[in-house]
Design a protein around this ligand. Structure first.
Ligand SMILES: [Zn+2]
Length: 586
């Protein structure tokens, strides 16, 4: 029953998909006139209608308000259909698993609007229980303000009835809020209705038409954001429009596992850090977790803590070039930054360390200070150093260092007066390192490859896959290639994603040396092009979109990048599961 809904791309839990009725509906989208509702069984006995290719048919149903007793829900299981065609079933989170459908309609959703926890919990529960390639339709709920948050939570289809009804009530809506149509001075919109005059809108039907237009505009912005991988930026802005939307965002963020499973490990888009809610993002939390759990400092040198730079990667910035000159291979460098936390120099290319923008005013919020201090403290407990030199400006950085210094054993030495880039400060930095041993550029590059492999593949994997004694590095940072001692290429660094891409020989080595290497098991065939979901027999549930994976089957072995998460690969009947880089027939 899932051949009528195909997921084409994801951005966290949000999906760009296609509802395959004729003509197809792109989602997230509005479905109004494309729905045939067979009606409620509460009021009448109804027979199942014939399904048509042009519409999504909502099968005869019994809607249940939120909080309906489980025994009542169980007494009236939703009905499915054996007919060929796009069918939707009205369900509650408790009954979604009882019926096959292409689209699920959440019962009683309208009554949950305004109640952040109720609506988020219901959407997440349905999405967790429904098969991956089915759609979720929230009827009678969407307006231009809330629709982005609904989609971010996991909704695919909406309609315009709530927005239109508000319009007939005289409420003029845009994505930025709602005002009485009679109070309008200048109309903040150029839709056909608004463009046709000025001042207050008198006709309720005109207000309704405008609201529907505003909803369509917002849906276009949402689809573009999913395409660009920036929906999170979008909803952090939408959360400022209404308290209950901020409540929704925070409730979604509390369900970390739900979002984390669906979030890619790398991204093209720049994170625009805008608020304290930015710190709750999966990309930020996952990075902080992986640095603590997977990263291992392999330098035996003093630590120099540096402020971040606006230019990424940090080592290409003017300030960091000055710092590196002063340090002269005598210390390990870690940059401190909000909203990322701490970035060891080997990980400066990893996502999202070079994929964010932030205001460099020097004024840190209490939440930012708390976050960076806790990550730094955790980092220093995992990675002890003989000396810690804090070459940081006063402002927030110094406060963080002083707070952390109080809870670790090694004393902090401060080398910056006034500003870290003054001649005096740079001289002090160089001076304090006099007598320290130097490491070589080759040593630094080898440790960089190992640290990136640890970060990407798991703690301790780097030196196992790429031992310094039997690998050589070619090319120029940040485009290094790792070869074995016979000169065969094992992996290359992909600077824009901050990831290592394995060759077939590298994949073989990964398979042999690391028993836990994430693997996608496929049927007895040799993939030509991508591995599609129906060809997947089993997949490691730890696989996240964007991750390097092994491909193994009776007839083929290969390596590629996951497009779906592991669970979705197994469940989905359609779509690309793995973007294959190298494959060989066995
Ligand atoms: Zn308008």
């Amino acid at each position: 029953m899932t051949e009528f809904f195909e997921v084409l791309a994801t951005d966290g839990a949000a999906r760009a998909a296609e509802l395959r009725i004729d003509p197809a509906v792109q989602t997230p989208g509005r479905i109004d006139e494309r729905v045939i509702d067979a009606g409620s069984l509460w009021v009448d006995d109804r027979t199942e209608p014939s399904l048509t290719p042009e519409a999504l048919t909502i099968l005869p149903h019994r809607a249940m308000p939120t909080g309906t007793d489980e025994r009542v829900v169980a007494a009236f299981p939703p009905a499915g259909t054996d007919q060929e065609g796009a069918a939707a079933a009205v369900i509650t989170p408790a009954s979604v698993t009882a019926v096959d459908a292409d689209v699920y309609v959440l019962s009683g959703a309208r009554g949950m609007m305004g109640h952040a926890a109720a609506v988020v919990d219901a959407i997440l529960a349905v999405r967790e229980r429904a098969p991956e390639d089915t759609g979720l339709y929230l009827a009678g709920c969407a307006d231009p303000m809330n629709v982005a948050m609904l989609v971010y939570a996991g909704v695919d289809l909406v309609d315009a009835s709530a927005a239109a009804a508000a319009g007939f009530d005289g409420h003029y809506q845009t994505a930025m809020g709602m005002t009485p149509a009679e109070d309008l001075t200048e109309r903040p919109c150029m839709c056909p209705v608004c463009a046709e005059g000025e001042g207050p809108l008198e006709d309720p039907a005109a207000v309704a038409a405008h609201n529907v237009h505003a909803l369509d505009v917002e849906l276009r912005r949402i689809r573009a954001a999913i395409d660009a991988g920036t929906l999170r930026d979008h909803v952090e802005m939408q959360a400022r429009v209404d308290q209950w939307l901020l409540g929704m965002l925070r409730r979604i963020d509390q369900q970390y596992a739900y979002l984390e499973r669906r979030s890619a490990v790398s991204g093209r888009a720049t994170i625009r850090a805008t608020s304290d809610d930015t710190l709750r993002r999966v990309a930020i939390q996952r990075y902080a977790g992986r640095v603590t759990e997977r990263y291992e400092n392999r330098f035996r040198h003093p630590l120099v803590l540096l402020p971040c730079s606006a230019r990424k990667p940090y080592s290409t910035s003017q300030s960091h070039r000055q710092f590196y000159d002063a340090i002269d291979y005598r210390a390990h460098v870690v940059s401190m930054t909000s909203p990322i936390g701490v970035v060891p120099m080997e990980l400066e290319l990893t996502y999202p360390a070079q994929h964010y923008d932030t205001v460099v005013t020097g004024r840190w919020s209490a939440t930012e200070i708390e976050f960076v201090a806790s990550v730094l403290e955790e980092y220093l407990k995992e990675n002890p150093y003989p000396r810690v030199i804090a070459h940081v400006p006063d402002e927030g950085y110094r406060v963080i260092c002083e707070r952390v210094a109080a809870s670790v054993d090694v004393p902090f030495e401060y080398t910056s007066t006034d500003h870290p880039t003054t001649d005096e400060s740079l001289e002090a930095l160089g001076e304090t390192l006099s007598g320290e041993l130097r490491y070589t550029k080759a040593e630094r590059e080898s440790k960089t490859i190992q640290a990136m492999a640890d970060y990407q593949f798991g703690r301790g994997v780097g030196p196992v896959l790429f031992p310094r004694a039997s690998t050589e590095l070619n090319g120029r940072y940040p485009k290094l290639q790792v070869c074995d001692s016979d000169g065969e290429q094992l992996a290359v660094m992909v600077p824009q994603y901050g990831l290592l891409a394995l060759s077939l020989a590298g994949a073989r080595r990964w398979q042999e040396m690391v028993s836990s290497a994430p693997t996608v098991h496929i049927d007895g065939f040799v993939p030509h092009g991508d591995v599609l979901a129906p060809g997947v027999v089993d997949a490691d549930t730890r696989i996240r979109p964007g991750e390097e994976v092994l491909i193994e089957g009776p007839e083929a072995f290969g390596v590629g990048r996951a497009v779906m998460d592991g669970q979705a690969m197994v469940e989905a009947q359609r779509g690309v599961a793995v973007d294959v880089r190298h494959i060989e027939a066995l």
